[in-house]
Design a protein around this ligand. Structure first.
Ligand code: IMP
Length: 188
């Protein structure tokens, strides 16, 4: 089975492939028209990206919209996660805004909303959340985006192996839900 992946984020695509390839799903990267991510929810943006890719390619298309919600910042950066500050300054902006926040109030979660649009009009939507805390500095070398400042237990996401991150991450949780939904969908 082939799905078009509506993302240019190499790291995200890598995570999708790691989890979906073993299920026999091949992800195709395509040149797609950029979609404005102006929805009010993660899912609205994921659906918009997936639908646009499906209409453009005529193939089942999958998209993820994800972000980091920090309790002490009233849920920010939230849906604005990718545009929270200029490239290269996002993690540091979060750390700065969290400077005086005590340990017990540093709770945060990552969300991944994933939409899969089929040419016939069917849509599958799944969401995953991963709860953790915002660290005090960047830790680790792996991962991408906000991984170095997101603490899951004693390790930041950047300090985890791919397998460790996939087992608990928002995207891992959402993709495993998608696997279940796909089984139901194809066995109807
Ligand atoms: P999107 O491409 O509009 O979904 O933007 C997602 C934003 O959230 C980007 O700034 C990403 O760097 C960040 N993000 C999403 N998932 C992760 C993750 O697993 N680790 C670190 N940052 C993430």
């Amino acid at each position: 089975m082939q799905f078009v992946i509506a993302s240019h984020n190499k790291h995200k695509i890598e995570e999708f492939k790691r989890i979906l390839n073993p299920l026999g799903i091949e992800l195709i990267e395509a040149e797609l028209t950029e979609v404005e991510e102006n929805g009010e929810t993660f899912m609205a943006n994921a659906y918009k990206k997936a639908k646009s890719a499906m209409l453009e390619t005529g193939l089942p298309s999958i998209a993820d919209d994800s972000g980091l919600c920090i309790d002490a910042l009233g849920g920010e950066p939230g849906v604005k996660t990718a545009r929270y500050a200029p490239v290269g300054q996002r993690k540091l902006t979060v750390l700065k805004n969290m400077e005086n926040v005590p340990e017990e109030k540093r709770t945060a979660y990552f969300v991944a909303a994933i939409a899969l649009c089929f040419p016939g009009g069917d849509v599958i939507e799944v969401e995953g959340k991963c709860y953790g805390k915002i660290g005090y500095e960047c830790k680790g070398e792996g991962g991408f985006g906000y991984d170095p400042i997101f603490m899951y237990g004693k390790k930041s996401f950047s300090e985890m192996s791919d397998e460790e991150k996939d087992a608990v991450s928002h995207r891992g949780i959402a993709l495993r839900k998608l696997e279940e939904r796909l089984k139901e969908y194809f066995n109807r």
